[in-house]
Write a protein that binds this ligand. Structure first.
Ligand code: URA
Length: 191
């Protein structure tokens, strides 16, 4: 399957009830041969309205965080979410919704074949790294999953709620930059 075929199919998805309340499905954004992939939880209100991940206040903060280590959604990374449709009132996606949706993310990963996957927040880390992932004690650590390097950062929304977490995230970003230079140095050669 090509990216275009996958995107067309995902945008028509009716595998769970979130399709009934979405304005737009949020497939993903970025460079479709990037070596570094970021994965959030699911679209919020602004993302649902615009059809693009991380475009609200949290998204603006994410872009600032990315810039610190010379990453940019238009240049050298790909960004997607665990669920493609907004859960009503921004509640956490249900287990059943995650299970219904995860195939789309797996298909995106099969096309992208990232060397590094960065989970944004606990939910993505629990789905992609391990079910008992503890974001407060395990953020910034690297985990090998089938030969791919995974890590998790605090979710930008958590940083907006509690700015005292920002210094830890700065350290995590610098470790991520070092890991990219080790495993995916081409990331920094793209213009
Ligand atoms: N939060 C997420 O986890 N993903 C988005 O796309 C926006 C906000």
């Amino acid at each position: 399957m090509t990216w275009e075929e996958l995107e067309r199919a995902a945008k028509r998805c009716t595998r769970c009830a979130l399709c009934e309340t979405r304005t737009n499905p949020v497939f993903g954004v970025g460079v479709r041969d990037a070596e570094v992939m970021f994965v959030g939880e699911g679209p919020g209100e602004n993302e649902d309205l615009q059809g693009e991940p991380f475009v609200g206040r949290g998204g603006q903060l994410l872009d600032v965080m990315l810039k610190i280590i010379d990453l940019d959604r238009t240049r050298n990374i790909y960004i997607a979410n665990i669920v493609k449709c907004r859960p009503p009132k921004n509640r956490d996606p249900l287990g059943t919704e995650q299970e219904a949706c995860i195939g789309w993310l797996r298909a995106q990963m099969d096309l992208l074949r990232p060397k590094i996957v960065v989970c944004l927040g606990r939910i993505a880390a629990q789905v992609l790294i391990k079910p008992d992932f503890k974001i407060t004690s395990e953020h910034g650590k690297f985990f090998d999953v089938n030969g791919v390097s995974y890590t998790a950062l605090y979710h930008p929304a958590a940083l907006l709620r509690d700015p005292r977490k920002k210094p830890d995230t700065f350290v995590d970003l610098k470790s991520l930059q070092a890991k990219i230079l080790e495993l995916a140095p081409g990331t920094y050669g793209r213009s």
